[in-house]
Structure formats: C-alpha cells, structure tokens
Design a protein around this ligand. Structure first.
Ligand SMILES: *Cc1c(COP(=O)(O)O)cnc(C)c1O
Length: 434
C-alpha cells in the first residue's frame, strides 16, 4: 500500500517508511492511498466472529499487501490479548469498554500493534538498526506506548513527561519498567515535552546520529489499528439485535480515535453517524458550527487526555472529506462539556444506573444522552478505566474507586527516571550521548 502526505498527494512512501519516520517530510500526516471495502459476507457473519478474527480481516485490508498473512495474524493476535466488551449502561446507551488492556486505556491497542509491527520490520532487516521512539505524554500515551514496546528487540523508547504534572499512578506505569524504556522527567509542562520531541525530529544532526520516530497517533501504525474495535462494537451490538441505527460517540482530543472509526465507516462498517465529544477544548466543536478552524492553546480539564488545542488528526479528517465542511457535518456532530458538567454526569450516571464512567467516557455518555434520536442506539467509547483518575473520580462520587490488580502491580515497582531541563540543547546532548 502506498501512503501519501496530507500536505501533498504526490509525496508518497511505503508502509514501512511511514511507520519508521512517523511524519511526512513536508510535516503532513500519512494517509493510506485506498480504503479497501470489506465484503458483504464479512458483515453478514461478523456477529459470529471473535475480536481477533474481526481485527485480522480489517488488518488485512490495511496491511495485507505489505505483510504476509501469518505474520500479520501473529501481530494482531498478540496485540489483542484482552477483550473490549460492550456494557449496557441504560436503554439505548452502551459503553464500549476499551480499558481491559495492560495500562487500562484504549491506547494499549495502537501502542501494542505499533510495537509489534516495528519489531517485525526490524527483524526483517536483521535487527541491525536500532529505532528510537520518542513520546511526549501527559499520562496515558506514555504508559500505553512504553508497555507496548517493553522488551521489543531493536527498539528503544524515550518517554518525556512533565515533572509533578502526571498522577503517581500514571507515572509508575512508565518509570518502573526498565529494559528498553527510558523515562525523562522534564522540568516544565506538557507543551515543553511536546516541543522537545518536535525539535528532535527536525534536528538534522540528531537524525543522522539515530533513527527517530513518533508513537503518537500521527503514526499510522498506532492510528489505523484503532479501527478494529469499532468493527467489534458493531458485531457485539448486532448480536444484541441493536446495530441497525448505531451511533458512535468518541471522547476526542487529538482525534486519532474517531478518525480511525470514520475510516472503518468508509470501508463499509454500518455506523449511522459519529459524535465527537470535547471537554472545554472545543476547537473541533467550533469548527463544525462555523466552518472555521481556529486552534488555540489548550486549557486544563479533569478529562486531561483530551486537553488538546490543535488536534493533529484534523488534517486527516479534512483530507478524507476533501475539505468539505458540509460533508463533514453530515457524518459528525460535536458536543462540548465543562468540568462541572463532566462531574455532574459521572455522579448522575452512577446514581441512576450503577455504572461508573471516567471523566473522558462521561463526555461521551453525555453527548449521547443529549443527542440520540428515539430510533437510535448509542455506543460511547469508554477510553480509560476510572481508577486511572482515582482522586478526581473519588472526589466527585464521594466514595472509593477500587484499583484493579493490574494497576496496583505497577505501583510496587521502583521509579527510575532521568531529570532534564526543558532546554532542547540538554535533550539533544543527552540523545547524542546514547
Ligand atoms: C488519548 C485519550 C483520549 C483522546 O483520544 P484521541 O485519539 O486523541 O482523540 C480520550 N480519552 C483518553 C482516556 C485518552 O487517553
């Protein structure tokens, strides 16, 4: 499959190069040159298939030209060693629980797939050239990527996180791993970490010294596999006889997750429409209303994985729809919620139904509750386990949130991280010494 840049359709490359470089040379995002539709028989039978079987068919549509079937099957099966079940919250509203992976958030799917794909490419090359993955995190991305790549030969991961700005639970998920994972504690805020990573990619001396790539959702290897669980959600709803008017609502920050779902729909997945739920960072919501895209610095919220002021995958949405605002509005509507509304929603849902949402999922739930038509059934993506935001959620519900065993295990490890200033010169000197 050929991949092209959102900045220039003639700037093309292979899957492997797209994955190993992350971003196109013109700073655009890579797009697959075609979205292969899945056959009618697949959808007719999908309710009888397992998650791994469904994901393999979808993976073949994306990667089948580039990776032999058996290798691809191994990558898919190894990635999806956990379930993403649908849970009923109330009549007509269901939660797609994406938090049963190792770090209890949806990014585990893309993080693990990307790690295995890079590992595969590296083995093809005889394992000679070490690939270095740089990832800036405010919490969730770093843990999913680090755990996905842990122990993968030929790859080293550097996780940059802002000192004192990441919750202790999140911090121990990437600082206690050791092996090929290095945590870097930056004396600054998340934006400083992000700009260190961006500067590193643009630095010619560094890129001639070492192979650098990104594991954020700009990378096709992390982004595309996120489409798997939309197909699986459909299969589960079809099993329940509820898939005919299915609306999917996605709590969105960088818009990688929802864009992967839209790719699925373009491949034939019968999703009636999408809702993008924002927190107070309502840049996409405003775009839908006005047709004008006005990025601005993010504000901090209790759904902090969605604190994004210039969503990177917006470029992919524009590209998919040929920049046609009207066409985008036909498929996607928006919603935006303040911290107070998120808190009220978490409290209301658990009181009425017994279901505990995390702050991100709560935005998704609320948008369905407000926006569903009577004949529609809604599925929102529950993107993280509420225990990942323990202090916030406990304060809202006025009671304890149990920590799953998987999460508790991380907290027993020893923290190891390298303190660095937010100056690029320091980061560069550190990398050059590796
Ligand atoms: C990353 C993240 C999101 C936002 O996903 P995007 O793909 O960036 O839109 C939502 N919720 C949680 C818990 C996340 O970690």
């Amino acid at each position: 499959m050929i991949y092209y840049s959102t900045n220039d359709k003639n700037n093309t490359t292979s899957l492997k190069n797209a994955v190993v470089t992350g971003l196109a040379s013109d700073r655009g995002l890579y797009m697959p040159s075609k979205l292969n539709p899945l056959p009618k028989e697949f959808f007719d039978n999908i309710q009888n298939m397992t998650f791994q079987e469904i994901a393999f068919e979808v993976a073949k549509a994306f990667f089948g030209e580039d990776i032999p079937e058996n290798d691809l099957k191994a990558i898919v099966n190894d990635t999806l060693s956990f379930d993403c079940p649908v849970a009923k919250v109330e009549d007509n509203i269901y939660s797609l629980e994406l938090f049963h992976g190792p770090t209890l958030a949806f990014k585990d799917v893309g993080g693990r797939f990307m790690a295995r794909l890079l590992g595969y490419f590296n083995k093809q090359e005889g394992g000679s050239d070490l690939v270095n993955v740089l990832v800036a995190t405010s919490g969730d991305t770093g843990s999913a990527v680090a755990n996905g790549f842990l122990g993968v030969p030929g790859i080293h991961v550097y996780v940059l996180y802002p000192k004192g700005k990441v919750s202790p639970i999140q911090e121990c998920q990437f600082t206690t791993l050791g092996q090929n994972i290095t945590a870097i504690e930056v004396d600054g805020v998340f934006d400083d970490c992000q700009s260190l990573v961006k500067s590193a990619f643009m630095d010619k001396e560094l890129s001639s010294h070492m192979k650098l790539t990104s594991a954020n959702s700009i990378n096709v290897a992390r982004f595309l596999p996120q489409s798997f669980y939309y197909f699986y959600a459909y299969a589960q709803m079809k099993r329940l006889g509820l898939a005919d008017q299915m609306v999917v609502c996605v709590p969105s920050g960088n818009f990688g997750n929802i864009t992967a779902g839209i790719f699925g729909a373009k491949m034939g997945l019968p999703i009636k429409r999408f809702i993008a739920a924002n927190n107070a960072n309502d840049i996409f919501f405003n775009y839908l209303q006005s047709g004008v895209y006005s990025p601005r610095p993010s504000v901090q919220t209790i759904a902090n994985a969605m604190d994004v002021g210039d969503p990177s995958n917006f470029a992919r949405i524009l590209d998919l729809y040929g920049k046609d605002h009207e066409a985008i509005c036909k498929d996607i509507s928006g919603a935006t919620y303040s911290d107070d509304q998120i808190a009220e929603t978490i409290k209301d849902v658990i009181t009425r139904t017994g279901y505990l949402c995390d702050p991100h999922g709560a935005c998704g739930y609320k948008a369905l509750q407000e926006g569903l038509q009577p004949d529609e059934v809604g599925v929102f993506l529950e993107t993280a386990h509420p225990a990942k935001f323990k202090d916030t959620v406990e304060a809202i519900i006025g009671g304890p949130v149990e920590i799953p065993e998987k999460l508790a295990a991380f907290m027993k490890g020893t923290k190891q991280s390298i303190p660095l200033s937010k100056e690029f010169a320091d980061f560069k000197a550190f990398l050059l010494a590796q």
